[in-house]
Design a protein around this ligand. Structure first.
Ligand code: SAM
Ligand code: SF4
Length: 330
């Protein structure tokens, strides 16, 4: 699959549910209204959609959400998608999770062929963790991480950089990830979904500032390691682990974009930062043959925009993209 700008689309991120057992304050409002179950694709439909993308050339699948591991029966889907790893059609099956269910699922994930996961963790302090996630308990995530390590999963920690919240902890996070053998990625807050824009402006911390502070204590060696995504990676010389920075607001990473995103209702977003989308649920349900669905996917790829349009700006009242991150998945 090639888009009009010559980019090969080989990476699909799938939000398997919009629901979550946390309410991170930069991601969701406390009183979120979730989708009615009837609108959400069944696990069989998600499998059929993902498998169609694999047939069309997707080599990497990432399940996300909401929280992917709170979707009932999720292991049935993951086990089933694992068949594409066995045939060699897929290079990687992975997920982004808040870690709360990992002690139950880590071994099953490995059995299904998952080798690496991203776990979101913004702080190492239990009280702060509960303040950020509103409903989360740090100890539960820590026990999940222990289970992931014991099962042999490689872990990358994602931390959203929040001004005045966790910007005093970057050194601790780097040291802790070094001890645990985890890579770490710091993410700039993106203007997605209505959570109160005053709050968002307060939270925004440019990572150029964070990096300068980090470099006073740590030696960051340049590396050409790339995942095709927006992260810019360094190796922390003192720990030997990678440290990535995702800076959608201060950098342009769109030239190398290889991905599209699917929601749990079958809407395909060709760019995280644009509103144009294609409905794949109708063609999916319209016919048992995959021909209509394949045509709809190929047509959508031709509409992939050149780049995003994120701005956090005092003059702007509404978020640049009105949907929450939990809809399209991070
Ligand atoms: N629930 C899973 C988790 O937290 O990892 C997967 C979904 S979550 C939406 C994916 C990632 O998006 C998380 O790392 C989260 O911190 C990040 N995220 C959520 N809202 C964000 C925002 N407004 N700006 C930047 N990152 C955000
Ligand atoms: Fe849930 Fe992940 Fe959003 Fe936090 S960031 S509320 S864990 S979906």
């Amino acid at each position: 699959m090639q888009d009009p700008f010559g980019r090969t689309i080989s990476y699909l991120r799938v939000s398997v549910t919009d629901r979550c057992d946390f309410r991170c304050n930069y991601c969701m409002a406390e009183d979120m209204t979730f989708l009615p179950k009837a609108d959400v694709l069944s696990l069989e439909e998600l499998d059929r959609l993902c498998s169609t993308f694999v047939r069309l050339g997707v080599r990497k699948l990432r399940l996300t959400g909401g929280e992917p591991l709170v979707r009932r029966g999720i292991m049935t889907l993951i086990d089933s998608l694992g068949r594409h790893l066995k045939t060699g059609a897929l290079d990687e099956l992975t997920l982004t999770t808040n870690g709360s269910q990992l002690d139950r699922y880590a071994e099953g994930l490995v059995a299904a062929g998952v080798r690496r996961i991203n776990v979101s963790l913004d702080t190492l302090k239990p009280e702060k963790f509960t303040a950020i996630t509103r409903w989360g308990k740090l100890e539960k995530v820590m026990s999940g991480l222990r289970a992931a390590r014991a099962a042999g999963l490689q872990v990358k920690i994602n931390a959203v950089a929040l001004r005045g919240v966790n910007d005093d902890e970057f050194d601790d996070l780097i040291a802790w990830c070094g001890e645990q053998g985890f890579d770490l990625v710091l993410i700039e807050v993106m203007p997605m979904g209505e959570i109160g824009e005053a709050a968002r402006l307060d939270q925004y911390l440019p990572l150029s500032m964070a990096r300068a502070a980090i470099q006073r204590k740590w030696t960051l060696d340049e590396t050409d390691y790339r995942t095709g995504g927006p992260a810019r990676y360094y190796v922390v010389r003192e720990t030997g682990r990678r440290l990535g920075f995702i800076t959608p607001l201060t950098h342009n990473f769109c030239e190398s974009c290889n991905r599209v995103r699917l929601t749990c209702t079958g809407t395909l977003y060709m760019c995280l930062g644009q509103n144009d989308a294609a409905d794949l649920r109708a063609p999916l349900r319209q016919s048992e043959s995959d021909a209509t669905l394949e045509a709809a996917i190929l047509e959508a790829i031709q509409r992939k925009p050149k780049g995003h349009d994120f701005v956090i700006d005092r003059r702007r009242a509404a978020p640049a993209v009105p949907r929450h991150m939990s809809v399209t998945g991070g």
